[in-house]
Each structure stands twice: as structure tokens, then as C-alpha cells.
Design a protein around this ligand. Structure first.
Ligand code: CA
Length: 441
């Protein structure tokens, strides 16, 4: 699984959820269409065995023509079969939308801030070096690390060669995934990362930076100086590569990404990340910093309104676009930017999200899951990840409690579960306190 399911801004208060691993190269509709293609192929798997073999044979010819050694290819592809799980992943992750406040609550919570601060201290020398060499803010580098892989804790477990070969032989994006497969084979050929470490998301994003293999080839660096570019097992290589990525995406040293602002009442003026205006122009429209002071900074800026004019508003500069380049979604970039600010010591947004049912962090999501278990609803292991099973259980609890059945893990359902308490008929593990459901390893 991925720490941060990729999200796509949809222009309103909601973001579409997709299977993890996409980078800016594949628009969501194309990813879904591609998966449908994979589904068709995999459903007919027994009849298509010959098709698979001939596809692998074709890939071998292409790879050898591009300089991949026969031995590298044969050893990487030995016994590899199509990954039918990609079909299941698709089935289990139907397109649905979650509010942006839920998205941000899961990615920027107290745990990720505390973990990030501890790790920034541990790796302070490397971060200082990255900051000096690439001119990229260390808090932003750390925030990307925290959002992409939960600081290297969650990198995906799917074998890259298998996933990418499956995607190279089915669906509409075969040319794209063939390029990624070739890039993966080049990593194996170089010996930079051992085959056993080349695991990641279903679409091939891997390592602590969750780079696609072609991104790795373009932008990964050897920052610990051992001669290998290893973004899986080397934290310095991962942090240095992230800094290199952001620099190449146009990061301007010493500039902020942006900051929260206050809109005048009933604001109906221009907005959007790409609608760039000078700060003087934004000021003329009555926009101020959240504390009421005048706008500061330099260069053209956009006005980000993730939930419309009634929610938090942000002035965003060029460096926000650099973060956006990492994974083309405004909600994603805002999560990185906000986590960076929290790591730096900043607080929550001053303007509340326009909802009476705020989002909750991973600790509270685990509490929801534990309390559902205590009431006899099956959610599996309370891991803080709200998947289909947890949503089904929430819906069932909501039905039993006479609440609207939205299946959403938010503050309202948490409070309802706390009020309901455990069902005495449900056998509980001794000593389990739902408020402190343990953090999974
Ligand atoms: Ca290295």
C-alpha cells in the first residue's frame, strides 16, 4: 500500500481517489481506462497465456535492441506471470471522492509531524548538505519524504518488473509502461539497486521518493557517495534525489511556497493556481494575510481556494508549482506545503474548512476502527487506513445508530462511536483501549 493515495483535484471541495503510484504523466481517466484494459486481458488469462509469452518475447527483442543484456532481461523476467492483483486493486478502489479536509487530515497529522521532526534531527547533516547543494528548503524535502513514503516506512510491495510487464502487455498505455520497464531493467543492469528491493506501487512508483523508474533515471542521485543511486535503502540518496527533483522543477531558493490569506467578505474575484497576478493586484481585491497584515513576497502569485471562497485560501508562488510538479494534484501539493510548515513549527490553518464534520488523523482513524471492532463490526486490523472494509463497517454502524450512511471516517462518526461505547456482547481483547489503539509496525 501507499502512504498517500494519489489524488486528483476536481475543482470543487472533493478529490477523486485513485490507486497509488501515479506521477504527473498519467491522467486519472487514462489510468482507469488502462486498468480496464488490463482487466479484460486478465479475465481471459488461461486463454491468453500464449499472448503473454509472445508479448514477453517482443519485449525481449525491444530491450535487447535498447542495450539491455540478454542475461539481465532473462533473469529479471524468469517465471514472471501477469499480476492478477492489478485487477483486484481496480475492483477494490472504485472511483469515489473524499473531501479535501479528509485528505489533508490523513496526510498532515500529529504523528507525521512528530515523526518528521525526529527524522529531520537524525538526518540534519544530510538535509543541510541537500539545502546547500540544491537550494531547496529542508522542510519541504522532508515533507515530500513524509507524504510519499511515510519517511521510508511504506514504499509498496509489488514487484516492479512484474507490474510493469503486466502493464506493458495490456491496456492502452503500453508504450508508456514499456518505457518504464526498460528504465527498470537499466537499474538492474547498472546494479544500483538489487532486484529484491525493486518493489513499489502497482504502477511502478518505488523507493522512499516514489519515483517512477524513468524519473529515477533522469533525476536520482548518489548523495551518500557509495557509487550507487539507491532511493530504496539509502536515506541520503532519497533526500538528495528529492532536492534534485524540486530544483529541476524550478524551485527558487529562499522563497516561500505561499501562505494562508484572508479573503474579503463575499469574495467573487479571480482564483486559481495558474491565474497569476502581482501581490499589488491581489491586495487591491482586498486580500490580506490571515492576521490582517499586507501581503508580502515577490513575483506573480496565484490564489488557491481548495474548497471555494468559504474555506481556507492561499497565495501560492512559483515554489508551489515546483511541489505540484512532483505529483500533479493541487491537494497533494498543499499537503506537502502544509506539512513543511508544520515541521517548521507552524500551526493548523486559521480558517476552518466549510464543514460541520471535520476530518481526523490516523490515530483517530485507528480509534474509529478499534471502536467498530468493539461493536462487532469487522474492519480487520486497525491500521488507520480507511479502505473499503472500514467504510462498509462505518456504514453498517451508521445504519444501526440512525445516522446518515456516508461511510466516512470523520469526527462525527468518531464521536458517535465514543458515545455508543463497546457492545458488551462483543468479546474484547483484554487491556485494549480504543483511544490508544496501537500503531501498526
Ligand atoms: Ca548511494
Amino acid at each position: 500500500m501507499h502512504a498517500a493515495p494519489d489524488m486528483t483535484p476536481s475543482g470543487d471541495t472533493h478529490v477523486a481517489v485513485e490507486p497509488a503510484g501515479r506521477k504527473s504523466s498519467s491522467p486519472p481517466t487514462i489510468v482507469l481506462a488502462m486498468l480496464l484494459g488490463a482487466a479484460c486481458l486478465l479475465q481471459g488469462a488461461p486463454a491468453r497465456a500464449n499472448e503473454w509469452a509472445s508479448c514477453v518475447k517482443e519485449l525481449r527483442t525491444i530491450a535487447l535492441g535498447k542495450g539491455i543484456g540478454a542475461q539481465v532481461f532473462d533473469s529479471a523476467l524468469a517465471g514472471v506471470e501477469p499480476d492478477a492483483d492489478i485487477l483486484k486493486l481496480f475492483d477494490n478502489q472504485p472511483e469515489f471522492t473524499i473531501p479535501i479536509w479528509d485528505y489533508l487530515s490523513g496526510l498532515v497529522d500529529d504523528e507525521r509531524v512528530a515523526d518528521g521532526r525526529a527524522l529531520m534531527e537524525k538526518w540534519s547533516a544530510v538535509l543541510a548538505q541537500a539545502e546547500e547543494k540544491f537550494g531547496v528548503d529542508r522542510f519541504v524535502i522532508a515533507a515530500v519524504w513524509g507524504v510519499e513514503s511515510d519517511y521510508g516506512r511504506i514504499m509498496g510491495r509489488r514487484e516492479l518488473v512484474r507490474s510493469l510487464t503486466t502493464l506493458s502487455c495490456s491496456g492502452r498505455r503500453q508504450a508508456f509502461f514499456r518505457g518504464e520497464l526498460l528504465a527498470t531493467l537499466r537499474i538492474l543492469q547498472s546494479g544500483d539497486i538489487p532486484a529484491a528491493s525493486l518493489v513499489g506501487s502497482w504502477a511502478g512508483a518505488f523507493g522512499q521518493t516514489q519515483f517512477m523508474p524513468s524519473t529515477y533515471q533522469r533525476l536520482a542521485i548518489d548523495f551518500d557517495g557509495d557509487g550507487r543511486r539507491d532511493i530504496v535503502d539509502s536515506v541520503p540518496d532519497a533526500l538528495g534525489s528529492t532536492a534534485n527533483y524540486l530544483k529541476r522543477a524550478g524551485w527558487i531558493t529562499g522563497q516561500p511556497w505561499g501562505y494562508e490569506v484572508r479573503l474579503p467578505a463575499n469574495y467573487a474575484g479571480p482564483a486559481g493556481r495558474r491565474t497569476k497576478q502581482s501581490l499589488a493586484q491581489w491586495s487591491e481585491l482586498g486580500i490580506r494575510q490571515v492576521d490582517g497584515s499586507a501581503l508580502t513576497g515577490s513575483g506573480p502569485a496565484g490564489l488557491l481556494l481548495p474548497s471555494g471562497a468559504k474555506g481556507p485560501a492561499f497565495i501560492v508562488f512559483r515554489n508551489f508549482d515546483a511541489i505540484f510538479a512532483y505529483n500533479a494534484a493541487e491537494s497533494y501539493a498543499l499537503a506537502i506545503a502544509h506539512l513543511a510548515d508544520r515541521l517548521r513549527g507552524g500551526g493548523a490553518f486559521r480558517t476552518p474548512w466549510p464543514t460541520d464534520d471535520p476530518g481526523i488523523g490516523r490515530a483517530q482513524r485507528r480509534e474509529v476502527q478499534q471502536r467498530l471492532l468493539d461493536r462487532g463490526f469487522d474492519v480487520g486490523v486497525p491500521d488507520g487506513i480507511v479502505g473499503a472494509r472500514t467504510r462498509t463497517a462505518i456504514r453498517a454502524f451508521q445504519a444501526s445508530a440512525g445516522l446518515p450512511q456516508d461511510g466516512r471516517a470523520g469526527m462525527r462518526v468518531l464521536q458517535a462511536l465514543r458515545a455508543a461505547g463497546p457492545d458488551p456482547r462483543v468479546e474484547r481483547a483484554p487491556g485494549v483501549d480504543p483511544a490508544v489503539a496501537p500503531r501498526p509496525k
